[in-house]
Ligand binder design. Sequence first.
Ligand SMILES: [Zn+2]
Length: 295
Amino acid sequence: MPGHPERPERLLAVERLLAERDWLGWERREAPLATEAELEFAHSAAHVRGIRQLCERGGGAIDPDTYAVEASWEAARRAAGAACAMARALRAGEAEVGFCGTRPAGHHAERERAMGFCLFDNIAVAAELAIRELGCERILVVDWDVHHGNGTAEIFRHRADVLVANIHQAGIFPGTGASGDLGSGPGEGFTLNLPVPAGAGEALWLSLLEREIVPAAVAFEPQLILLSAGFDAHRADPLANCTLEAESFAKMARCLRRLARELDAPLGAVLEGGYDVNALADSVAATLAALAAPL
Ligand SMILES: [Zn+2]
């Protein structure tokens, strides 16, 4: 859709920069297609079928922000499939860290509906796969996209086996993620919302990660850490008002890498937002360099 912030140039910019840097030494893998059964780990069959049928008809608008075209069915299944393949590879011990450079993003998609540019919640599908098929009993999801990951939060809010920790700018889309929302039922205490004000910068973001999320994670003892890696808290991003730099994401990535090492758990990141293409590419490269650096 012309003029839409979630556009192919985002990934092209990331790939161009990483190719110039010889992919920072990372092994590249093609994203496989998720099966409909895998998508239904986190979504209703009706939602999965609805997206497939919309794409088969040529696509269209789902809401004022969110649309699909014919090719979105394959793209969305590859985005979720990449997250699943990464979870399998990490659990098999093939690597200690992984990153899915995919679109569309996922963390706004709820069990029953697409929203916020997201069709399926890629990280939620992977987390469910890890629990159902890979023997994980506890998974930590950290979401540092500038927007609250309402989809992942909704899918796991009643669950004690997935701790979902979000740092996000308060008062912007989607409006959820208040600090008093701790989850519900058996999941109470397994939702950690850390809203920040407009203008928040590296010092606040990094301190919330180090002082709130890391201690909660150490107590939770996850066997897998998944990161919803959005880069729209960058100061150049047109959709929000935080002031991180590419190097800020590298510092947060190093913090999570140390946590993962301490917990002896692998760490897998999935791309979410980030709408200034140059800031996005710089931030992804800085994050990948930090994740791969020796501790
Ligand atoms: Zn976002």
